[in-house]
Ligand binder design. Structure first.
Ligand code: GLP
Length: 242
């Protein structure tokens, strides 16, 4: 894994956005795998800035998002679709028809997971996948478990994830307990991966991801087996590095 040491959150945002920009410039019809959470917000802000300056063209870009909460509609303010629309898609010239999410309102999990697997396959896979890192080592919503799950699946969120994500909701009770997530296989099939990690609360888990044994108990450790991962992390996130 390549490690890019950034000073702080702002520096992560600029460096990771530069890598994504280069991808779009080199391949205007790139398939981007996108992530939500606090970490990518600064990256998306930079991409919007550079689009406004005329440096980026999203007209041919296609996207697949990692995950979506079950039970939240696309226009629910807490849905990941709403997040992406408001942080990136509504501000650039992407065709919304080319943006894809698991449908959190589909109750038939088998049907929805098959549909999303097909969406990713029909696009020919992912050129560049942006990832954040959960404090428990999750990527997307691939939670720590006994096995790595290859394809899109419905997951029951672990309590620490529900608690961590409750900061975006009015109360803990409002956090959905289930989600659909792209599987580890789709993530690992991406041609390039960027893992963005910020803050001291991620330092212990980032050390395990970079230096620990590969185990589904820390799902992001699987990235050690990918040939083209770039970790962009700030000094705080790197403070526990062995
Ligand atoms: C959520 C998302 C993940 C994200 C993680 C970390 O659980 N499903 O894709 O990486 O949060 O988020 P943050 O960047 O806010 O720490």
């Amino acid at each position: 894994m390549k490690l890019i040491k950034a000073r702080d959150y702002e520096d992560i945002s600029r460096k990771a956005a530069n890598l994504i920009s280069a991808q779009i410039i080199l391949k205007p019809d790139s398939v981007l795998g996108l992530a939500t959470g606090s970490t990518p917000i600064g990256i998306y802000n930079k991409l919007v800035d550079w689009y406004n300056k005329g440096d980026l063209d999203f007209s041919q870009v296609r996207t697949v998002n990692l995950d979506e909460y079950c039970g939240l509609s696309k226009d629910n303010e807490q849905s990941y679709c709403y997040f992406m629309n408001h942080h990136l898609f509504y501000h650039v010239n992407i065709d919304l028809k080319n943006t894809n999410f698991p449908n959190g309102m589909e109750c038939d999990a088998v049907k929805e997971c098959n549909r999303y697997n097909q969406v990713i396959e029909d696009m020919g896979g992912i050129d560049m996948q942006l990832l954040g890192l959960g404090t428990n080592g999750h990527i997307g919503f691939n939670e720590p478990s006994d096995t790595f799950i290859r394809n899109t699946h419905q997951v029951t969120l672990l309590n620490d994830t529900v608690v961590a994500n409750s900061r975006f909701f009015d109360s803990l009770d409002e956090v959905p307990k289930k989600a659909y997530t792209m599987g580890v296989g789709h993530i690992m099939n991406a041609k390039k991966i960027i893992l963005a990690v910020s803050g001291e609360n991620k330092s212990e888990i980032l050390n395990q991801v970079l230096n620990g044994p590969v185990t589904p108990l820390v799902p992001a450790t699987i990235l050690q087996f990918h040939p083209d991962v770039t970790v962009v992390a700030d000094e705080a996130a790197l403070s526990a590095l062995a």
